[in-house]
Design a protein around this ligand. Sequence first.
Ligand code: SF4
Ligand code: ZN
Ligand code: ZN
Length: 298
Amino acid sequence: MRRCIKCKTPTGIFIPHHKLSLCKEHYVEWYQQRVETTIRKFRMFTRDDRILVAVSGGKDSLALWHALVSLGYEADGFIIDLGFGQFSEDSIHVSQKLASSLGRPLHVMDLNKEFYSINEIKKKDRRPICSICGTVKRYFINLYAKKLGYQVVATGHNLDDEVAVLLVNTLSWNVEYLRRQYPVLKEGNGFVRKIKPLCKTTEMENRTYVEVNEIEFVEYKCPYSKGATSIEYKKFIEDLENTSPGTKLRFYSEFLRKVYPLLQKGVEDQGVKPCKVCGEPTSGEVCAVCLIKQKMSG
Ligand code: SF4
Ligand code: ZN
Ligand code: ZN
């Protein structure tokens, strides 16, 4: 039986790539400390900033919200009701439960009421559903953060997500995307600051954190997530990690340390300007959400 390295209590929690055994109490302390270190290292925000956590009802975003509030940050939740039946209902239900136990507000936006449901849009838009959903979510999260007076939006992207995206972009040398793969996207040009405080914690670490804290979350995936290529990449990365623990963290951290700064040299402003219709930031004349609106109205 392994014992906690701090208090010597017998424990089943072991983190291979850090070679750490911790009891529940010390695991929570270690996890929160790791999140705090990431926030400070990348200068994500200060105690004066109001943070809006984009939650989905999944383990990662709920772990993030719980950890930020436990660390003393002013962090509230935001969820979009995507209208995906039981999945959306469950997602909102667990997020509301956490909101009450944290004593923080959860803002819920009903996409169907305020815009169009994803399923309706899909009937007139031939892009993959996740691409439509991603565009719409990014737009409304940014818009709501500004409307509600939050300076920062935090998302629950974890190390596994970041490594999968990094691998995909490296395999095709997609320099434009690699140039933007950083845990902080600065505010400006109509965008609030976007941050990923869980970029150095794995999916498994987030799962352990919610389980230890008895936070209810939606265990099953969105009904439209099937076939996402990132799942295949994640399996491949997991095999590498099992053979050589620490590979994921090294790949990502060394990219940020050695490659990311090189990619910033000589980068011009991306040419973001206000959308001619709604005034929200876009790289074209009319933003992607206004283009959807135009398609929907015929
Ligand atoms: Fe949207 Fe579901 Fe795709 Fe996620 S998996 S982007 S929630 S459609
Ligand atoms: Zn302990
Ligand atoms: Zn627009």
